[in-house]
Design a protein around this ligand. Sequence first.
Ligand code: PRP
Ligand code: URA
Length: 210
Amino acid sequence: MGSLHVLEHPLLQHKLSILRDKDTGVKEFREIVGEISALMCYEATRSLPTKEVEVETPIAKAKVRVLAGKKMAIVPILRAGLGMVDSMINLVPSAKVGHIGLYRDPKTHEPVEYYCKMPPDISERQVFIVDPMLATGGSASAAIQILKEKYGCKNITLMDIIAAPEGVAVIRAEHPDVDIFVAAVDEKLNENAYIVPGLGDAGDRIFGTK
Ligand code: PRP
Ligand code: URA
């Protein structure tokens, strides 16, 4: 059974306040998305299994712990999820990366799939889906569904920077096995299904398309 983890670390909250500010420019926005992703990755990987091995330090033999068991895959939801990938790979260089392209239809707000490419052994990996925004939950739920049904993934974690309560409820209802890590759960969605107060359009702010 998965659960919702709201990460309230002061560093995360401080950086998130900069993302929310409408006057934060593209360069700083992109850098801070990367910094937040690294901090969130640190928390979200807390329960990865480790095993004991022996290494020889310049002084003596030492029993140490290294990552064991399932390998990781990072799956950004395009476009905005791309902004979270580099800093996570820096922390876990052995992780493979799969991509899911989904955009929200501007009228229905339903996700539309336009791209999907996964590492061949993705079903054996612990998958971290990353996307800055969990709004209606439609995109994340569709991504999880694709990973489960088309690729046979069994261990999926969802990492979003900001969530709306509506999106959290959808994932909890449709994918109760999935752990959700967020830095904030905001108040609500507006009539355009944007998160209030949120940070605006994450993809546009990362890539400077508006
Ligand atoms: C944004 C965001 C999520 C999705 C969240 O992407 O990055 O993928 O919306 O909304 P939902 O929970 O209601 O599905 P968008 O569709 O704007 O595409 P983009 O990343 O290409 O800008
Ligand atoms: N997508 C975004 O980028 N922002 C929102 O608030 C909702 C969906």
